[in-house]
Design a binder for this molecule. Structure first.
Ligand code: 15L
Length: 275
């Protein structure tokens, strides 16, 4: 991998990943709306994802992209539309025009947030987004699949749980992704010879996992961390949370509960029909 671009470099996950990306690939370019306070001596290109010309300038000469940029939580449709729908399209299309070979797309657990916590889901389930944000992540996955199949780009979508070295509550016990384990997933996506289009779950080796990540493991993922080691912290965080029947039932938590108007009893155990 000659040069790697990291979008969303000024965000929390971007700042955690930057030094590891630099150690692994050396030639790394950072991009975001504002320059990170610590660039680790790497060059920075300011780019608004919604502006195609700015994105095209950022991807010039880049062989691989780690696309963390965009709106990272639920928000107004206009914000999701410009940063995550238009922005994601601009990123993939500019990368195609620039001849970029590989893209890691930071999808999210919220693309499948309406699965009950009581079920273990594989990577190839029907998407059940829990928010406009989750819909934008499902869109990014679909876009990545199209660019992989139609243009031969090697695309890996990571349905990231919560990037942290400590689980913030009981939900995060299942979905915590230690930054070093995230780096492993990124390296598989950027380097593995067999990637065409893949969906991996972004979770550490959590004992309470509710995702079947066997596809990532088949390609060499060996997560080192288990949230169980920090159960105390999760219990303390949980004690501060307000109980919620919807949010506590579904994997997506508060993203599911927000703006919820459906008949919970009728829909809570819905599963896509199988053949
Ligand atoms: C996400 O997708 C968000 O980017 C992050 O801020 C957390 O809210 C995380 O999901 C989560 O589900 O905990």
């Amino acid at each position: 991998m000659k040069r790697v671009l990291l979008t969303g470099a000024a965000g929390d996950v971007g700042r955690r990943i930057t030094p590891m990306l630099k150690a692994a690939y050396g030639d790394v370019v950072l991009s975001d709306l504002k320059e990170p306070s610590d660039t680790h001596g790497l060059s920075f290109v300011k780019a608004d994802l919604a502006d195609f010309a700015q994105v095209a300038a950022a991807v010039r000469g880049v062989e691989g992209i780690v696309h963390l940029g965009g709106y990272s939580v639920e928000g107004p449709w206009e914000s999701i539309l410009s940063a995550n729908i238009v922005g994601c399209y601009n990123l993939f299309e500019a990368a195609r025009q620039a001849g970029t070979k590989r893209i890691i797309f930071a999808s999210s657990n919220h693309a499948v947030g309406f699965y009950p916590r009581s079920t273990t889901i594989p990577h190839d389930v029907t998407v059940l987004p829990d928010s406009r944000y989750g819909v934008s992540k499902a869109f990014g996955e679909a876009l990545g699949a199209m660019y992989a199949m139609k243009h031969g780009m090697k695309v890996t979508a990571l349905r990231i749980g919560n990037v942290n070295d400590t689980p913030l509550d009981l939900r995060r016990m299942a979905i915590m992704l230690h930054p070093e384990d995230l780096m492993q997933l990124i390296r598989i996506g950027l380097d593995h010879p067999d990637i065409a289009f893949e969906v991996f779950y972004g979770a550490s080796n959590n004992s309470r996992a509710w995702w079947d990540n066997s596809r990532a493991k088949a390609l060499g993922y060996r997560p080192k961390y288990d949230s169980e080691a920090k159960l105390d912290a999760a219990q303390k965080g949980q004690a501060l949370a307000t109980p919620d029947p919807v949010g506590d039932f579904f994997q997506g938590g508060t993203f599911c509960a927000a703006e919820y108007t459906a008949d919970f009893a009728a829909l809570k155990n819905w599963r896509a029909p199988t053949s």
